[in-house]
Design a protein around this ligand. Sequence first.
Ligand code: SF4
Ligand code: SF4
Length: 477
Amino acid sequence: MSTDGVNNNGELKLFEKQERIYPKRVSGRYRNLKWIAMIACLAVYYLAPFIRWDRGPNAPDQAILIDLAKGRAYWFWFEIWPQEVYILTGVLIFSAILLFFVTSLFGRVWCGYLCFQTVWTDLYVWVERIIQGDRNQRKKLREGPWTWEKIYKLIITHFLWLVIAWCTAGSFVLYFNDAPTLVRSFFEFDVNPKVLMVIAGLTFSTYLMAGFAREQVCTYMCPYARFQSAMFDKDTLIIGYDTERGEPRGKHKKGDSWDGRGHCIDCTACVQVCPTGIDIRDGLQMECIACGLCIDACDGIMDKLELPRGLIRYDTEKRLDAKKEGREEKLHILRPRTYYYAVVLAVVGSLMLYALLNRAPLQLTVLHDRNPLFVQLSDGDIRNGYNIKILNKTHEHRHYALSVDGLDGAVMTIKSAGQVEADDIYVEADTVAHYHVFIQAPVKPGKPREIAFSLKDTSDDTIYDEYESMFITRKAN
Ligand code: SF4
Ligand code: SF4
C-alpha cells in the first residue's frame, strides 16, 4: 500500500492488515546470547520474591518487597518510605541515563536482549515452535484449513501461553506480598479477590502482548523506538548490511564464480529469522531491535558458502560508509557523547548512593495550626498549636524527647488520648506517630518568632532531628 492510503487496486484503505510474522529458528552466537539473557531474566523475575533477607524482628524478611499497606519499599539493604519517594525518582533518572549510555554505545541492545517484551515474546515463540513446528509448518498450519491437528495444536499452544501468562502475573503480585504466604494461600484457595483480579488483568495483558501484539509493541507502542535516534550518532553500533560486499546480490550455484557479483545470494534467511519481519539489507530501520539473529542466519550461510562471516554485522554507520568509499575507519566506542553520559551517570549514582547510605533513622515534621493561628489566654500568655509527625524508621521501638528553642518561658503540652510527656514520647518500630502539641509562652503580641523543635532519641544521642517553625503572636495586618 502506498503512503497516501491507496492500495494496489486503487481502493482507499486507511488501515493495512498486519501480516503475521513467523520467525524461523536460528542458531549462532547471538541466539545463544539471547537464550542466556532470556533464562537469566526469567529466573530473576520468577525467583526474586522468594529471596529472604533478615532485617530484624519488626520488619519483613523478603529481600524485594513493595508493601502498599504500610507504604514501604524494600530492596535488600535499602528501605524507602513514601517521604523518600525522591529516591525512586533518582532510580528512574539513573535507569534512563544508563539506557541512553548503553544505546549510545551499542544501539538498541536493551530491546534485543533484555526488554520484557522481547524476553516474553521469545518465550512464547519458543513454545509455539515446540508445539507447531518451525516457520514453514507454523505458517502452513495457521493458513491451512481447520483440521483436528490444527485445533489440538492451537489449543495446546494457547493453553501453555495462558499458563505462562498466569505464572508471570502471579509472580508480579508476589513482589507486593509475602511470597511464601501468598503461594500457600493459593493452594488453600484463600486468596483475596482483589489480588485475583490483578492477576487476571495481568494474565490477559501478558497473553495479549507476547502472544499477539509481539513486534507491534516495539514498532507502534514503545516510545523508546521513536526517540532512540536522538541517542544515535554515526559511531553507534548498529546492525548493518555490508552493501559493498553483498551487492549486486543474486542466486548462486555451487562452483559459480564470485567475480563481478556480491556475496549476498538473496536466500532471505536474514529476513526469515527476523522477529520484526524486516529486511536489514534495506538499511537501518526503526523496527530493528538489534537482536543480531540476522547476523547468525547470514553467518551460517557464509559458512556454507565458505566465505568470510560478517556480511551482516554489528558495525557503525561511519565505518560502513567509509568502506563504500574504499577507506578504513576505526571503531570509536568512547567519544564525547559517551563521556558525557558516563559523567552524568556517575554524578546521579553518587548522589543516590549518598542519599541511601545517609538515610536518617528519625524524621520530624511540624505543621503549624491554620485556624486559629494563635490564642491569647486569660493570663495574657499566647498559645500556638502544631501537628507533629515522628517517623521512627528503625526496626526497634524507641523513646524520644521533644523540646522547643527560641522562646523564653515556653511550656509544651502534648494532646493525646493517654498521658504523653514531651521528654518521653514512645514510637513503635517502623511507624509514624502523630501528635497535637501546644506551645504556651508569656510573650507580647508582635512579630512572629522563629522557633525550632528538636527531637532526640533518649537512648542514642546520635539520633536526632530538628524542624524550624514560627510562633505567631498577633494577626497579620
Ligand atoms: S542471509 Fe545473508 S546471503 Fe542470505 S539474503 Fe540475507 S544477507 Fe543475503
Ligand atoms: S534486522 Fe536483524 S537485528 Fe534487526 S530485528 Fe531483525 S533480526 Fe534482529
